[in-house]
Design a binder for this molecule. Structure first.
Ligand SMILES: [Fe+2]
Length: 260
C-alpha cells in the first residue's frame, strides 16, 4: 500500500541550532524513512529572521521544503531568494503583496503533496484571514495535488485548533509553529487530519524560547528592546513524523524530540 512519511521540524532558533539540525538531518531522514522533510526556517538566523545562506544550508542537509512565518521577509535578500526558490515559502495569506509563494506542490513517494504555510491573525500582524485564504488556495489547487500539509504559524492556541478542526479531512497534516513551546495534543482528528497545536523548536534547551536566558529576563525586567542573543549549550530538535496513507489521511503521528 502506498504511503508517505512526512518528517517536520519546528522553528529553527539561531545558527547554532541550524548547524545542529543540519548535522543530524541526513541520519534523521534515514532513521524515519522520510519521503518529505519540512523545516520551519523563519527565525534560523542569530538576528531572529532568515537569510538565503541558511536556507541553502538546510536544503543541502536534506530539507525539501522550508516554511515561513512573521520573520521570513525581514531580510532584504530573502525577497529575491524566495522568488527564485519555490520550495522556500513565505506565508500564503500575507495582507500585502510579497515576494515568493506560500505554497508548493512536491512530488514524492508517488504522491503530489501540497505544502502550505499559513500565518495566524491572533496577536500577530500582517496576515489576512487564514481560513478564507486557505479556502481559496485549496479551491485553486483542486486536482493538482493528492493530499495537503499545512504549517500554521500562529500565537493563539485556539486559532490553530479551530483551523485544524475546520479543515479536518481537507489536510492530511496541520502542524502549529511559532511559540517555540511544544504542546501535548498531537492527535488524528475524525476526518483523518493529524494536528498538533505547536511542535516547539529546534533551539537551545536551556533558554527562554531559544533566546539567552539572561537577555530575556533583562527584557522583561527593564523593558524592550530585546537583545536577541541565541542561547548556547545543548540543542533540542523538536518535530514530528506523520505517515499518510493512499487515501490522503494520516495513519500515524508521533512527536520527535532529540537532544544533541
Ligand atoms: Fe514566528
Amino acid at each position: 500500500m502506498k504511503q508517505a512519511n512526512i518528517l517536520v521540524f519546528a522553528d529553527v532558533c539561531g545558527e547554532r541550532a541550524l548547524v545542529a539540525l543540519c548535522r543530524q538531518l541526513p541520519a534523521l531522514r534515514r532513521e524515519y524513512k522520510a519521503d518529505l522533510v519540512i523545516v520551519n526556517a523563519e527565525n534560523a538566523s542569530n538576528e531572529g529572521n532568515c537569510h538565503p545562506a541558511l536556507c541553502e544550508a538546510l536544503f543541502d542537509a536534506g530539507a525539501d521544503v522550508l516554511t515561513g512565518g512573521n520573520h521570513t521577509l525581514k531580510q532584504a535578500e530573502m525577497h529575491v531568494y524566495l522568488d527564485n526558490h519555490p520550495r522556500a515559502l513565505r506565508c500564503e495569506n500575507l495582507s500585502a503583496p510579497a515576494a515568493g509563494m506560500g505554497h508548493v506542490v512536491v512530488e514524492t513517494a508517488g504522491f503530489r503533496i501540497l505544502v502550505t504555510s499559513m500565518l495566524g491573525q491572533a496577536f500577530l500582524s500582517g496576515a489576512d484571514n487564514p481560513f478564507t485564504a486557505c479556502d481559496r488556495l485549496l479551491e485553486a489547487q483542486k486536482g493538482k495535488y493528492d493530499f495537503a500539509v499545512c504549517d500554521f504559524h500562529g500565537e493563539a492556541t485556539a486559532e490553530k485548533s479551530a483551523f485544524a478542526h475546520d479543515f479536518d479531512g481537507k489536510f492530511a497534516v496541520v502542524f502549529g509553529t511559532h511559540t517555540h513551546v511544544p504542546t501535548a495534543d498531537l492527535q488524528i482528528l475524525e476526518g483523518g487530519t493529524a494536528f498538533i497545536t505547536d511542535l516547539g523548536m529546534c533551539g537551545a534547551k536551556d533558554s527562554v524560547l531559544g533566546v539567552d536566558t539572561a537577555a530575556s529576563i533583562r527584557r522583561f525586567r527593564q523593558g524592550p528592546p530585546l537583545d536577541y542573543i541565541p542561547a548556547t549549550g545543548k540543542t533540542v530538535l523538536m518535530g514530528a513524523l506523520f505517515t499518510v496513507g493512499e487515501n490522503g489521511k494520516t495513519i500515524s503521528a508521533e512527536r520527535i524530540e532529540k537532544l544533541v
